[in-house]
Design a protein around this ligand. Structure first.
Ligand code: NDP
Length: 283
């Protein structure tokens, strides 16, 4: 069994982005800029925002932080997004999800200009992804693809099973695997006899959010197992895979934490650079 080291691969990915930014800005061009908006004081969201800010600093992206109170109106948030859409010095805009209940997340996603939608959530960018011409990479799924690539896992012709069909992970994950010529099955809460699908998977991606729900008896000998799930159990973080029993059968497996988690921000940094390059017509 080989453990896939997401921390190391994320560091490599960020170093590449930093290197490219350094060489572009050496000519005197301004640095790329990411604006992050946080509405409310959810502690987990605050940690994600802090980590994004740190990653920006590390790779040479200017980060702007907008902290709005939990009772801020949807109108005010949309006004801020509109302001940032028009600001030529901003390349990427990200609203940390989830937003408070009185704000419609779909309205927020659609308000961000598709050219600045570095999360790749806007319907335009989703459409580009599914028609095979993505501009921004869906962060977590693209992070998974990079983990597979760095581990020399061939996707073409493999049975790829994704458990979970969210817009953030499951669906775009399926699109990326399909683009690499995997044979893709997407399972969800209404799937009957989940194990009959997971046992057939050469590559299994678990993106459910249920602690250790996939056990060793549900996976194929020699398979590649990627755990997107992040679940807090007591004071520990665990994935959707029951790590010990799954690891006995896997050829490759990601740990939680330290697997897929660190990749999401690394791809966000790449997307911000992509947006910046689009703005300045660089390559
Ligand atoms: P969602 O809650 O949006 O989606 C969960 C999916 O799992 C749904 O499609 C749901 O099916 C499916 N599901 C629920 N129960 C079952 C079941 N018993 N059998 C099969 N499928 C089931 O979650 P997300 O996609 O946003 O996130 C999934 C996990 O990944 C979470 O733990 C989250 O914390 C983590 N995550 C990690 C990231 C990272 O950076 N590593 C980034 C984003 C998420 P249905 O559609 O039918 O309801």
């Amino acid at each position: 069994m080989n453990l896939i080291d997401g921390k190391a691969i994320s560091a490599k990915c960020k170093a590449e982005t930093a290197e490219e930014i350094k060489s572009i800005t050496a000519s005197g061009l301004r640095a790329p800029c990411l604006a992050v908006i946080l509405v409310g004081d959810d502690p987990a969201s605050a940690v994600y925002v802090r980590n994004k800010k740190r990653a920006c600093e590390a790779v040479g992206i200017t980060s702007l932080e907008y902290l709005l109170s939990a009772d801020e109106t949807e109108e005010k948030l949309l006004e801020l997004i509109d302001f940032l859409n028009k600001d030529e010095s901003v390349d990427g805009i990200l609203v940390q999800m989830p937003v408070p209940k009185h704000i419609d997340p779909d309205k927020v996603i659609e308000a961000i200009h598709p050219d600045k939608d570095v999360d790749a959530f806007h319907a335009y960018n989703v459409g580009k992804l599914f028609t095979g011409a993505p501009r921004f990479q869906p962060c977590t799924p693209a992070g998974v693809m990079r983990l597979l690539k760095e581990s020399n896992v061939e996707v073409s012709g493999k049975n790829c099973v994704v458990v979970g069909r969210s817009n953030i992970v499951g669906k775009p994950m399926g699109a990326l695997l399909l683009a690499e010529n995997g044979t893709v099955t997407i399972c969800h809460s209404r799937t009957k006899d989940l194990a009959s699908f997971t046992r057939n998977a050469d590559i299994l991606i678990a993106a459910v959010g249920k602690p250790q729900m996939i056990t060793g008896d549900m996976v194929k000998e020699g398979s590649v197992l990627i755990d997107v799930g992040i679940n807090r159990v007591g004071d520990k973080l665990v994935g959707d895979l029951d790590f010990d029993t799954c690891a006995e059968k896997a050829s490759y497996i990601t740990p939680v934490p330290g697997g897929v988690g660190p990749m999401t921000i690394a791809i966000l940094m790449q997307n911000t650079l992509t947006s910046y390059k689009m703005r300045f017509n660089l390559d």
